[in-house]
Every structure is written in structure tokens, then in C-alpha cells.
Design a protein around this ligand. Structure first.
Ligand code: AMP
Ligand code: ZN
Ligand code: FE
Ligand code: FE
Length: 276
């Protein structure tokens, strides 16, 4: 079984990379990709653990692009993890995440919800390599007793349009596609139903987008079918996975529940090989 969308403690997942891989193996997965937000800090440990357990672990990432006032997630696969332009781009992405967390904490404090920013940054991995995000703010709000759970934090305070929401600053989807491609990888538009960019997909395909993540835990069967049809029309491959963030978290399916078909994976791999 194949799952190409997994998060670890390198970003907002609950499990450390090696532990995630052990759990993936136990759930019957055989080919995986760790796709943390704006960081590849988890790939080394994940790859080592996968090798020990006989799993295939391909390089992965989920990069946040910005289109207008929307965040759009772009997945990258099969890139060279040592590509220096990619590394410095990701470093800038993480710096903007830090900037945004501080600004959101300021807004929360101004609203009487003081969670000290340094309580948001407690982390198991090297702070410079790990990426911070709104889920860490949500968790700090829960710890402080201001909200019940992450969902309430997003709904009332930090979701798009909420009183403490601060937009990301970053590059467009097209630029992210180019950065991933220049690092030898292929780009897939993550959970397109959440991206809300269907009208841009033909243009993105023209500039090198390789795939659509038609298969995702937030895609109902009819939605998956719609993106499969769009991919077929534009000669794009299909990627997919659970978007697992840990057990009992609001987002992402359980391990082994939403997986990618072998035929889809073969199509994705052949797009990657065509690039080398
Ligand atoms: P950020 O990367 O800082 O923009 O935070 C976005 C991430 O927060 C998403 O990738 C999800 O993992 C997570 N997220 C978004 N909405 C929610 C929600 N309602 N409850 C919990 N986590 C969420
Ligand atoms: Zn996430
Ligand atoms: Fe995402
Ligand atoms: Fe994700």
C-alpha cells in the first residue's frame, strides 16, 4: 500500500519521523513519502527507518504558496534533497512562518488572549530546521485554556478571516512548481478541493505541474472522480495519501485508510523519470 502524504514532528505532525515510519509499516504501507510543511528535516530519519523496515520512502515536501489572500499547498516528490536553491528557499519559507506566528500572537494578546510566543516554539527538532505553523498556536491556546481544541482555535481565532489571522507572504504556485522542478522533482497540487484554484490548473500544467492530488482524505468519491477527469484531460499524473498528522487529530485519515493505487504511483514515477 502507498501513502504519499504524511506529516511528522518536523512540522505539525504528532509522531517523530522514525516512529511514523514504524507505524506506517505496521499499518501495511510499503511505499511512503514524508511531506512536512516547508521542511525536509524529517526525511533523513524517515529514510533510515524505512530502509531498516524494508519500506520505500521517496523524498517529499508540502510547500505553502500564496495566491492572493489564500494559502495553497503544493507537494513535491523525487527531488534532490541536497539541492541548495531548494534549501535556501525553504529556509526563507520557515522564516516567514516565524514572522507570522509572532504577529498572530501579538493579535491574540491584543484581544486579551496572551499565549507567550515562546510557548508556541517548544519543539523536539532543531528549531531552525523544523517548521512552525498555526497548529502550534492552536495547541498553545488549548494549553492556556482559551479554547477547547484545535478546531475551535481555527474556527474562532486563527482560521482565514479570523480576528488573529495574519496572511502568509510567499511565492505563487507557479513559482513553487518551478522551484521543485529545478531541484529535479515533480510538483502536485495538494488536496485541490481545498485549494480552490481549478481555473488555474490548465496554466499550471503548461508551466510544469506534474500531478493533482486527486486521492486525499478530504476528497469524497465524486470529488476524486472530478480531479481524475481533470488530470486525464490535461495529461497530469495522480498523487495521493492520507495527510496523516497523528491519531485523534482533526485532520488527516488514519494510516492505511486512504492510499494511492499502484497504477497511479507508476504514472507519477514515470513523470519523475521523464525529468531525469
Ligand atoms: P499553517 O501551515 O500555519 O498555515 O497551518 C495550516 C495547517 O493547519 C494545515 O496544513 C493543517 O495541518 C492545519 N489545520 C488547518 N485547519 C485546521 C483545523 N480546523 N483544525 C486543525 N488543524 C488544522
Ligand atoms: Zn499539516
Ligand atoms: Fe495541506
Ligand atoms: Fe498535509
Amino acid at each position: 500500500m502507498i501513502d504519499l502524504h504524511l506529516h511528522t514532528t518536523a512540522s505539525d505532525g504528532a509522531l517523530a519521523p522514525a516512529e511514523l515510519v514504524r507505524r506506517a509499516a505496521a499499518a501495511g504501507l510499503t511505499t511512503i513519502s514524508v511531506t512536512d510543511h516547508d521542511t525536509i528535516a524529517g526525511l533523513g530519519d524517515a529514510t533510515t527507518a524505512a530502509r531498516e523496515l524494508g519500506l520505500t520512502c521517496i523524498p517529499g515536501i508540502e510547500i505553502t504558496a500564496v495566491e492572493g489572500d489564500r494559502d495553497v499547498h503544493v507537494l513535491g516528490y523525487f527531488f534532490d534533497p541536497d539541492a541548495s536553491a531548494l534549501g535556501s528557499f525553504l529556509k526563507a519559507q520557515r522564516a516567514d512562518r516565524v514572522r507570522r506566528v509572532h504577529e498572530m500572537c501579538d493579535r491574540l494578546a491584543a484581544a486579551g488572549l496572551d499565549i507567550r510566543a515562546d510557548s508556541v516554539f517548544s519543539a523536539p527538532l532543531d528549531a531552525d530546521e523544523r517548521s512552525i505553523g498555526r497548529p502550534a498556536i492552536a495547541d498553545a491556546l488549548v494549553r492556556a485554556g482559551f479554547v477547547r481544541d484545535r478546531d475551535e482555535a481555527f474556527e474562532r481565532l486563527i482560521g482565514r478571516g479570523g480576528p488573529a489571522y495574519v496572511p502568509r507572504r510567499g511565492v505563487t504556485v507557479g513559482e513553487v512548481v518551478e522551484i521543485i522542478t529545478a531541484a529535479g522533482g515533480i510538483a502536485s497540487l495538494a488536496h485541490p478541493v481545498l485549494a480552490g484554484l481549478d481555473h488555474l490548473v490548465p496554466e499550471l500544467a503548461r508551466i510544469g505541474l506534474a500531478a493533482l492530488e486527486a486521492r486525499h482524505s478530504d476528497h469524497a468519491p465524486a470529488v476524486e472522480a472530478r480531479y481524475r477527469a481533470m488530470a486525464a484531460e490535461l495529461s497530469l499524473a495522480i498523487s495521493g495519501g492520507s495527510d496523516y498528522h497523528g491519531d485523534h487529530t482533526a485532520n488527516g485519515a488514519s494510516l492505511g485508510v486512504v492510499t494511492l493505487d499502484a497504477a497511479d504511483y507508476a504514472g507519477l514515477e514515470s513523470r519523475a523519470h521523464a525529468r531525469h
